[in-house]
Ligand binder design. Structure first.
Ligand SMILES: Cc1cc2nc3c(=O)[nH]c(=O)nc-3n(C[C@H](O)[C@H](O)[C@H](O)COP(=O)(O)OP(=O)(O)OC[C@H]3O[C@@H](n4cnc5c(N)ncnc54)[C@H](O)[C@@H]3O)c2cc1C
Length: 305
């Protein structure tokens, strides 16, 4: 059993995670642990039974926390894991650092190549686990090294090429808790890098519902081969499939798709996590029935209904 007094970090019982997620709805976690530092985390992992459920979450910009909540323990890496350091063309960032802060630190030092991170809400831990990407660049393209702890608390340096990273997927996320990463950029004119950050910001504001209660892309874009197999244009995006099956006007409880971007689901104010999930499942069903193609959730649905 875990004795919470053995650790310096903070424990919260029945933590209201859903309300802290980007969707601002959903259930609680039985136990939330926010470690004080890496030793605190390693000690906790060493003592936490391997057969008990354990989950690590960042800023929950990519999750629906189901209404029935999450069993076991959720680890959140906060401020003690948010350091960012620039050395030459390398940027070291803790898993709790915000993507936007990493992009800004790189820009300030005149390092280009990490601007894509600036528009992706969330932490470095979440970005690694999702191989987050935007505008043609993904985390794996700029990654130099990753530091992780295994379930038993053993420190595990990871080489990105062994991490099995693909489209919004990272095989190494299962069984590992990422604690930090080293990115590599290239020396560039500071003003140019800053301008690219500004451009990304204004593009985001125009095309995404960033001030809404949302969770990013609901569905992964189907591959060109899969679309072709279903007899659909190879460049069709998930939002176009949502539009094709009436997703623009569909509302379930307080959940609907955003007018600004039809692949972004939003909580209009009183949605439950069940409303959000039912909306996504209904769209998947319609696309399956109408187009013979299965859309896959990009948003993680966590916990019990
Ligand atoms: C408005 C908006 C726009 C978005 N635009 C984009 C975009 O352009 N591109 C894009 O890729 N995504 C986008 N997203 C989705 C989201 O920002 C990314 O998936 C982001 O990487 C999630 O980070 P997070 O810290 O919030 O992770 P969370 O949502 O908290 O967790 C996501 C996954 O990562 C795992 N995880 C988190 N931390 C760790 C860790 N330390 N170690 C191991 N696993 C961990 C969790 O277990 C979970 O499976 C957008 C979201 C929003 C709300």
């Amino acid at each position: 059993m875990i004795d919470i007094y053995d650790y310096n970090g903070k424990f919260t019982k029945d933590a209201a995670l859903g309300q802290k997620s980007w969707f601002k709805c959903g259930g609680t976690a039985d136990l939330l642990f926010e470690p004080d530092d890496i030793d605190d985390l390693a000690r906790f992992l060493k003592n936490y039974p391997l057969d008990e459920p354990l989950l690590v979450l960042g800023s929950m910009a990519n999750c629906i926390i189901r209404d029935g909540g999450i069993r076991g323990c959720v680890i959140h890496l906060g401020k003690p894991f948010a350091d960012i350091e620039v050395k030459g063309t390398k940027i070291m960032a803790g898993a709790g650092a915000l993507n936007g802060s990493v992009a800004s630190a790189a820009a300030k030092a005149g390092i280009g190549g990490l601007e894509f991170l600036s528009g992706i809400p969330g932490t470095i831990g979440g970005a690694l686990a999702m191989n987050a990407g935007a505008y043609g660049t993904e985390v794996k393209d700029a990654l130099y090294a990753v530091m992780a702890l295994g379930r038993g608390g053993v420190f595990t340096p990871l080489d990105p090429k062994d991490m099995d990273m693909g489209y919004r997927y990272c095989g190494a996320a299962s069984g590992n808790i990422f604690v930090g990463a080293v990115f590599e950029g290239a020396v560039e004119d500071k003003n140019l890098v800053r301008k690219r950050l500004k451009d990304i910001k204004s593009k985001r504001q125009k095309t995404q519902p960033i001030s809404e209660q949302t969770g990013g892309s609901t569905f992964a874009n189907p591959s060109a081969e899969y679309l072709a197999k279903a007899g659909l244009p190879e460049d069709m995006r998930a939002w176009q499939l949502v539009e094709k099956v009436g997703g623009r006007t569909l509302q379930i409880g307080g959940a609907r798709m955003s007018d600004k971007h039809l692949n972004f689901m939003i909580n209009t104010g009183n949605a439950t996590a069940t409303d959000l999930e039912n909306l996504g499942d209904e769209l998947i069903k319609r696309v399956q029935d109408d187009c013979g193609l299965t859309l896959h959730w990009e948003i993680k649905r966590l916990g019990y209904k």
